[in-house]
Write a protein that binds this ligand. Structure first.
Ligand SMILES: *[C@@H]1O[C@H](CO)[C@@H](O)[C@H](O)[C@H]1NC(C)=O
Length: 248
């Protein structure tokens, strides 16, 4: 009788302890808020998390709805000097990155980061009509955008809130700016499958890529930002402010 009551007490203690201690996924490395090298710690913590950012699986209790290996970017329509409709867009390879610089204010939560992406791709279906004066470039099918050596500025602006008396972090906005990138597009089937014309036209389009970039890149930046926002908030919702940024 006595033994079983002690056993029960131990179980209760374990349960309480488990509830009050950090439930952070083991893949997530906390960074002491008062560390003089906080930014370095955050860079290391994010870079260590790359495999998980790639799969969306961070631990037994944390899976994000989206991963950066392959994610949906939806549809984009541009109607300017050219008409371009991109549907069923997907981003690939954005899980391959390096953080070059990072600034963090962990209290009124802000992070600015410059990230380098050696190579990423966007694939989608397209419809294009581009009146070039002498003739109209027109086609529909598959398209790809290859993005090499891009430098991207990411600005996270967040805030903290209290849930059950405990402080948590959420990200309110993410602003992404592609600072530089080598971008190439390829439109399949531009002239109903006449390969020589298709290749020549794609060559011309890539020589004038800035026209497309100006109208399309801001939309792609917004889409990728909202994907990163979703991931960041699912991760931050998995712990408290203290779990991520304990006081040493
Ligand atoms: C990432 O998400 C995509 C789309 O939801 C899914 O098909 C894929 O299996 C996920 N994992 C990896 C490692 O790509």
């Amino acid at each position: 009788m006595k033994n079983s009551s002690i056993f029960l007490q131990i179980i209760v203690v374990i349960l309480i302890a488990e509830e009050s201690s950090s439930l952070l996924a083991p893949s997530i490395k906390p960074c002491p808020i008062n560390s003089p090298n906080l930014a370095d710690c955050v860079i290391k913590a994010i870079e260590k998390l790359k495999p998980e950012i790639g799969t969306g699986i961070y631990g037994p209790n944390l899976r994000t709805d989206v991963n950066l290996t392959n994610f949906n970017l939806g549809d984009i329509s541009v109607d300017r000097s050219f008409k371009l409709k991109m549907t069923d867009m997907h981003g690939y390879g954005f899980n391959n990155f390096k953080i070059e610089k990072l600034r963090i204010n962990p209290e009124n939560f802000k992070i600015d980061a410059i990230m380098f992406f050696p190579h990423a791709d966007v694939y989608s279906k397209y419809f294009l009509a581009w009146n070039l004066g002498i003739f109209t470039l027109q086609g529909g099918g598959d398209m790809s955008v290859s993005i090499d050596k891009s430098r991207i500025l990411l600005k996270f602006v967040g805030s903290t809130y209290f849930k059950n008396g405990v402080e948590h972090i959420k990200i309110d906005t993410i602003q992404m700016t592609i600072k530089s990138a080598e971008m190439r597009v390829y439109f399949d089937n531009l002239f109903n499958g006449q390969k020589a014309l298709e290749q020549a036209a794609n060559e011309v389009i890539n020589q004038n890529i800035d026209i497309i970039k100006g109208d399309v890149v801001p939309l792609i930046e917004q889409r990728i930002s909202s994907v990163v926002l979703k991931i960041a908030n699912q991760i931050f919702a998995s712990g408290t402010h203290k779990d991520f940024f304990p006081v040493n």
